[in-house]
Ligand binder design. Structure first.
Ligand code: FAD
Length: 318
């Protein structure tokens, strides 16, 4: 037995992993297996979306964390001997992947941004290092070859109606020595920027916190969300701590990103590199963000932004 396995925390992320999983499975001439904790209806959908087999993970009691699945996964992997295991690179996914790799005594490349097979069918994995300044290429000489992949790295696959596949339930797990006492939602203070189609991002070019209202108005007119650079959240505290974008903040993929008074340091740019259109407004024509921007306006944001809002409102009225 062999195969490509994919496992992610939610359905959308699983579809993204099925995209790259499908490409690898086709090249290796092997099966694509999706693992999920979802109910059977979702499992049937996953087959329509390209999985040849869906393994339903055991339902865990409330006091069991995700890591209780490590024993299930390790046992199944020992029997099925998959070529590749791809796990969604969320914090839970990273944790699970590391534990599973240790159990299987194999290598793991976390935070992969690109995967491909070389002529010897080795998985060539790439990830950003040194704060996004360099790309590291990694191979894993042991089996299975394991990688974690952050959300939004690949586009979700499209369904192919009429596909058939197998659904199998895995029932056994070894309880974790850690017990969960309670779970409660985090009181998020900002929007989930990873899903936003339009983002207006404010940087230290803003003179005072009152200037945020101008940026907020622009975001509103465009139907977008407001994000910021790290200094605005962490140093100045003008924006919630979870609203900054970049290597140590949120990674975003909007159709339109507009940076207002953002210089464009690499730590910030690595969080916006997947944006479709980048627009920058900065009063320094040599600001590095202009090199990453599709459209740039050299000017004072306090003059440019009100003009943009006026024009957008007029266009919106037509
Ligand atoms: C380990 C590490 C991790 C980091 N992670 C992150 C991260 O995840 N995200 C992040 O954002 N940063 C991160 N940083 C910080 C990062 O290196 C930069 O310092 C930060 O992004 C700069 O923020 P800024 O562009 O708002 O400020 P600045 O670099 O100070 O730029 C302000 C810009 O505004 C322009 N400006 C000034 N006045 C006006 C005006 N009136 N009109 C128009 N433009 C104006 C200026 O010309 C300037 O280009 C990290 C740093 C380190 C060391």
């Amino acid at each position: 037995m062999a195969g490509i396995w994919v496992l992610a925390e939610n359905f959308e992320h699983t579809l993204e992993l099925l995209n790259i999983g499908q490409q690898l499975a086709a090249q290796l001439g092997t099966r694509l297996v999706a693992l999920t904790n979802r109910e059977k209806a979702k499992a049937t959908e996953l087959i329509a979306y390209g999985a040849d087999e869906v393994l339903l993970l055991p339902v865990l009691p409330d006091d069991q964390p995700w890591e209780a699945w490590v024993s299930t996964l390790a046992e199944e992997a020992r029997q099925a001997d998959p070529d590749v295991i791809l796990i969604g690179g969320t914090s839970r996914g990273q944790d699970l992947a590391a534990r599973l790799a240790a159990r299987l005594n194999t290598g793991l490349c976390s935070g992969c941004t690109s995967l491909k097979l070389d002529q010897e069918n080795r998985l060539i994995m790439e990830r950003l290092v040194y704060g996004g300044l360099a790309i590291q290429t990694v191979v894993c000489p042991t089996r299975p070859q394991m990688a974690t992949i952050p959300p939004h790295t690949y586009t979700p696959v499209e369904p192919q109606p009429g596909r058939e596949g197998v659904i199998r339930e895995l029932t056994t797990f070894t309880p974790s020595p850690v017990k969960v006492l309670s779970r409660r939602p985090i009181d998020r203070k900002s929007a989930d920027l990873s899903e936003a189609r339009v983002i207006v991002c404010v940087g230290r070019g803003l003179e005072k916190p009152e200037d945020l209202s101008l940026a907020r108005e622009l975001a509103e007119v465009l139907g977008g969300e407001l994000g910021c650079t790290r200094p605005l959240a962490e140093d100045l505290g003008w924006m919630p701590a979870d609203s900054y974008i970049g290597i140590s903040g949120q990674r975003v993929k909007p159709d339109l990103y507009i940076g207002l008074g953002v210089s464009g340091q690499i730590h910030h740019l690595s969080g916006i590199r997947d944006s479709r259109i980048v627009c920058a407004i900065n009063n320094d024509e040599n600001a590095p963000i202009f090199e990453a921007a599709d459209y740039g306006i050299v000017g004072d944001l306090k003059t440019v932004v009100p003009e943009m809002i006026n024009i957008l409102r007029k266009v919106g009225q037509k």
